[in-house]
Design a protein around this ligand. Sequence first.
Ligand code: ADP
Ligand code: MG
Length: 250
Amino acid sequence: MSEPALELKDVRKVYRTATEEIEVLRGINLTVPEGELAVIMGPSGSGKSTLLSIAGGLDKPTAGRVVVGGVDITDMGEEELTKIRARKIGFVFQSFNLIRNYTALENVMLPLLFTGIFDVKEAREIAGKMLEIVGLKGHENKFPSQLSGGQQQRVAIARALAPSPDVVLMDEPTGSLDVDTAAKVLSLVRWLNQALGQTIIIVTHNPEIAELATRTFYIRAGMIYEEPPKKMLIDTIRELKAAGSLEDIR
Ligand code: ADP
Ligand code: MG
């Protein structure tokens, strides 16, 4: 059996400011096996972004362990972490976070080069293919400012996916997009999970994404809870209806 894509073991996070200490995460245990589309929901300020940053090695937990694709990244130094992050973790942010003075192609090439696995020629080739996959053929040499929000987010998704990471973490990826553009990004997310089998963990308020989830988690007061996925409930109701047993219940 393969390793889970992501494991958080009793992860705690305390933020200390000049005047106070807040414990945002109070012992998070989370295992996401390969191939899942896990959705994390929760009120604003509940620690969703903090959790993703820690899972993606962008921030350190105060206590606990973070294991990505079987590799414990908790105590890794910055140099080693940069390589591991490039190879094993993709990140998609609400605000795209593309490098402004790099072209779309160069943005996607960057993590590939950071892995230390690919040379420039290979990185260029893979990046071009990834941009084609997300529907941006012909836009390779444009700068972020020359692309729409939806196109920029697709560049960010191509960048996250390019090195075939163990897990792609998305923090409210449709939060800055209008409804129609969000829907297109959504169907891309679904396709990446269902057709490519990419493990994705996504923080979102978007109910349409929540319906696609294979696992649904909820953060509240520093703890994480798993809910039955909406899809499972919908399928169950459909089966019960088909079998006529829903009528019997009523
Ligand atoms: P969410 O993404 O669920 O809205 P966040 O993870 O961004 O929540 O924040 C959780 C809590 O931690 C909030 O109360 C926020 O103010 C606080 N927080 C986040 N980052 C920092 C930081 N760098 N320093 C101090 N407090 C922070
Ligand atoms: Mg957030």
